[in-house]
Ligand binder design. Sequence first.
Ligand code: NAD
Ligand code: TYD
Length: 345
Amino acid sequence: MTTQTILVTGGAGFIGSNFIHMLAEERGDWRVINFDALTYAGNLENLRAVEGWDGYQFVKGDVSSEADVMAALKACGDGPLSVVHMAAESHVDRSILSGLPFVQANVVGTQVLLDACRARGVERFVHVSTDEVYGSLGEEGFFTETTPLAPNSPYSASKASSDLFVRAAFHTHGFPACITRCSNNYGPYQFPEKLIPLVIANAQEDKDLPIYGDGMYVRDWLYVRDHCEAILAVLEKGVPGEVYNIGGNNEVPNLELVKEVLAILGKPESLITFVADRPGHDRRYAIDAGKMRDELGWEPRYEFSKALPLTVEWYTSQVEWLQQVRTGAYRDYYDTQYASRTNAP
Ligand code: NAD
Ligand code: TYD
């Protein structure tokens, strides 16, 4: 692959910021344009460490706005360009409260981006999706790339829908897109509305840890760095039109996971509080990532028994980061660091 300029959408979020950190380490000669609307989930504090990197540039904007997308593409220049599309509304519980923002960001946003990228002639487009598009598993079996789509939440319905528009762009226009479908990620910079950072943040303050239903819902946890390496493998070696499932071979029921976090923190299990179940809660997700292994040579490298304590340690040591997220002060970062510049992105 010759492309050295990458447009990353949603780069100020959890996975996007980890992905950009990885590129700074592993592909330091690339240019990376981070295009992000800075919703509540976008946090430029996540990227402080790469701001000094010459190859990095931030552009504020919404993927569902044609004008914003054109401005981001302009910032990428005229040379060969690839796109990693991660911008999305990502939290299931929020989608249950209100589905429309998920349609706007995830479905409309993806189609606006696809049209603009096709007109621009991008070399490769990686659409980052989720295993949740396959719906829920019983006690047996795994999701493969040919498992029928059966999304159950407004979030997963919007992601499945966006996957179908990406598929259509490939089949109709020959647009060089791949789709990745990943299991639950954990690691640094995750917004503490998701289970693992929520539990760490609450336990540190001896607050209740809300466990939905019986706590026996199973997720296949993957360390975020492994996911980022998988996305890079698809970007560099993936075959256009193909779907790639990415998983951690690591199924854990929520209750067991929360108990492990409490043990690492030295906090009592009495903090666990069973609360009303999430409506339509998917029972089990599990990924067969054999295609990634056999065709792209990717396998997860981080063991849960080591990466979970590393993750807990990261949140407990990042006192300022957590404080800024809790108080909402992280939302001032753009105004103080970028908006006052005459050439604000
Ligand atoms: P996140 O919520 O932490 O970050 C999303 C980012 O997208 C934020 O920076 C936000 O500001 C930005 N964004 C939202 N709407 C936007 C819009 N309209 N225009 C531009 N930017 C916008 O999400 P995440 O956990 O980093 O997930 C990234 C991607 O990976 C998503 O597409 C998600 O569906 C997918 N995914 C996540 C997981 C996981 O466990 N977190 C698992 C599988 C797939
Ligand atoms: P979450 O981190 O929201 O990811 P997803 O819904 O995309 O899998 O939730 C992970 C699991 O933890 C899921 O089964 C719901 C459950 N959960 C709780 O039990 N309590 C909570 O407070 C949250 C946020 C999630």
